[in-house]
Design a protein around this ligand. Structure first.
Ligand SMILES: [Zn+2]
Length: 142
């Protein structure tokens, strides 16, 4: 497992900026389309343990599952793996004077959060996909 950025496939879902603004709330737009970050411990899914699938709030693609969600106590929903490795795109992000790896939805290239590794969490991958709640929509298991 590595978070080395892979080559990026073209988005399957492409909307104009005006179309995204019409589809999303201003708060969703700020995170999903402008790579903002919701304040820690404020997102609706931070501590959620409900079984289900987490979809991209912008395009509905399945990105994460409750079975890979864990309590990281970092203030954002955390997953140790995406549903499928090609469901997300990893992109080097050198903003804010830090070397981080940005996580985007592979289908629509909306911003999800960042992935960190080697932090010592007792998970199978030692990775923490630190994802904004507002970038996701939980579909509870029927
Ligand atoms: Zn998407």
């Amino acid at each position: 497992m590595t978070s080395t950025p892979r080559s990026e496939p073209a988005p399957k879902v492409t909307l104009s900026d005006d179309e995204w603004r019409a589809k999303l709330t201003p708060a969703e737009y700020a995170v999903l389309r402008q790579a903002g970050t919701e304040r820690p411990h404020t997102g609706e899914y931070t501590d959620t343990e409900t079984e289900g699938v987490y979809e991209c709030r912008a395009c509905g693609a399945e990105l994460f599952r409750s079975s890979e969600k864990f309590h990281s106590h970092c203030g954002w929903p955390s997953f140790f793996d995406p549903s499928e490795s090609d469901a997300v795109i990893l992109r080097a992000d050198d903003s804010l004077g830090m070397r981080r790896v940005e996580v985007l939805c592979a289908s629509c290239h909306s911003h999800m959060g960042h992935v960190f590794e080697g932090e010592g969490y007792p998970t199978p991958t030692d990775q923490r996909y630190c994802i904004n709640s507002i970038s996701l929509r939980l579909v509870p298991k029927a």
